[in-house]
Design a protein around this ligand. Structure first.
Ligand code: ACO
Length: 440
């Protein structure tokens, strides 16, 4: 377990408070990052820490993903994102994240065939889709369907985790989430559902379930299939981000994989997190429609500190340099659009101009605000024919292996406690109670 790989160094941090002092050990991770272990702080001193947004707080030790936001490094299980994006398909990265190693040929065949075996969802779940209004946001449908899986497959919930091979649990959810996502789209456009096919790969299957219909003999374009694999890889994990922390929170209370992932989907939906890819396209469309392409206006508005006019797809809690995923996404997006003959997409032109101007603007420079992974992914998904309200669903499909890996790591960690932050109370202090008939 990862916690056993962190080192207690000789270093100590001394806290002096009201004439007394205490020492707290500095623990060091395998990449050299250091943290003060304050787990006995309150017991020792009566103090708690206050850190809104957990800007300085490590919630766990983890062996899944390493991010160095100052140097723009992202590695999954030790492998650079650049290598994984170039050489792997999405499911290989999913396997890596969940199982901790890249699959050999035999493991790969088993994983792929399990993926096919578990791709269908219970026929009765179709009724759920049919009862949603057509305008329902696919993220709402996705989270509800994931939590509903536990009712349709209760045996999965009841099996003690160690008795179910990890790859079976993982493939069940990975495979079904993709089917649910495509069904939610078909429902929203009023077309019949398309079932998964054993003849197709993971990404081909998804595209086929999205775009084929009884009147359209569709076969996924290999260029689009490759691009989809790449974009899903870029989303696959990003250590203790908002949605993954939510998954770990639910897991820490003993919550099931399905409940934890459904909660993670809801957290991802927010526009400051995974919902940013939808917000980016809406922003670019607004610039084109209302600002007549005047990028300068948007940059000036973004500096006004109004959360509603922030430059979406820009900035990141961890990255203070170019997000390595954004670099790969930009390159892949431009190649994809060129291959599809869409290189003159006006939204791409606006995005490129916006990026260039923002990166040369002192406001963005001083605050180290760079494009994040969401800035170019929406333009690429749009070119693939994926509708805007499905962009965050795409992110969720990509992030699922990370959520599963973190859920499993959390559940297996003997040092894990129920997640339960404290607070500094700032409300009314003890007040005399006045019965209703005596209140003025
Ligand atoms: N546009 C304009 N100003 C910004 C932006 C932005 N996109 N992002 C941050 N800033 C400014 C803040 O106003 C703040 O300025 P100040 O220091 O003068 O007060 C400074 O930069 C630091 O910003 P914080 O909000 O403190 O940074 P934080 O780490 O809390 O937030 C976040 C990170 C939420 C990603 C933020 O940059 C943002 O809102 N970006 C736009 C939404 C977005 O693209 N989200 C996707 C993130 S990637 C992901 O989740 C997959």
């Amino acid at each position: 377990m990862s916690s056993s790989r962190r080192r207690n160094s000789e270093e100590q941090v001394r806290l002096v408070y009201k004439g007394r002092s205490w020492s707290y050990p500095v623990v060091t991770g395998t990449e050299g990052e250091r943290a003060v272990d304050i787990s006995t702080l309150r017991r020792d001193t009566g103090l708690i820490t206050l850190d809104p947004g957990f800007v300085n707080t490590g919630a766990c030790s983890s062996a899944i993903t390493f991010v160095d936001g100052e140097r723009g490094i992202l590695r999954h299980r030790g492998y650079a994102i650049e290598d994984l994006a170039e050489h792997c398909v999405f499911l290989e990265v999913a396997y890596l994240l969940i199982m901790g190693k890249l699959p050999n040929r035999q493991e790969w065949q088993r994983f792929s065939s399990l993926m096919n075996q578990h791709s269908m969802i219970h026929e009765d779940m179709r009724d759920f889709f049919l009862n949603y209004p057509e305008r329902a946001h696919p993220m709402a449908v996705l989270s509800a369907m994931v939590v509903s899986l536990s009712s349709f497959y209760p045996e999965i919930e009841q099996e003690p985790m160690e008795e179910v091979p990890l790859d079976i649990t993982a493939t069940r959810l990975l495979s079904k989430l993709r089917t649910i996502a495509a069904f939610s789209y078909k429902k929203s456009i009023g077309e019949p559902f398309v079932y998964p096919s054993y003849r197709m790969s993971y990404c081909e299957n998804f595209l086929n379930m999205m775009f084929s219909s009884p009147v359209n003999d569709y076969w996924p374009d290999p260029v689009v299939v490759r691009a989809l694999n790449l974009f899903l890889i870029l989303h696959a994990d990003h250590e203790q981000n908002c949605s993954t922390s939510v998954v770990r929170f639910v897991a820490s209370a003993g919550g099931s994989l399905y409940a934890s992932v459904a909660a993670g989907i809801c957290a991802l939906w927010g526009p400051l997190h995974g919902g940013a890819n939808q917000a980016v396209i809406e922003m670019l469309e607004r610039i084109l429609r209302e600002d007549k392409g005047r990028v300068d206006r948007v940059i000036e508005r973004a500096k006004k500190k109004d959360p509603r006019t922030r430059l979406m797809g820009f900035g990141h809690r961890i990255y203070k340099t170019y997000d390595p995923r954004a670099r790969i996404a930009k390159d892949a997006c431009m190649k994809l659009l060129a291959r599809l003959g869409l290189q003159n997409d006006p939204l791409l032109e606006i995005a490129l101009e916006l990026e260039e101007k923002a990166l040369n603007d002192p406001y963005f420079k001083e605050r180290h605000l760079y494009p994040n992974v969401d800035f170019y992914t929406g333009i690429a998904y749009r070119a693939m024919g994926i509708p805007t309200n499905m962009f965050t669903v795409m992110f969720a499909i990509g992030r699922l292996p990370g959520w599963i890996a973190h859920w499993m790591e959390c559940r297996k960690d003997p040092t894990q406690k129920i997640a339960r932050p404290r607070q500094v109370y700032i409300g009314e202090t003890a007040r005399p109670f006045i019965p209703m008939d005596q209140r003025p």
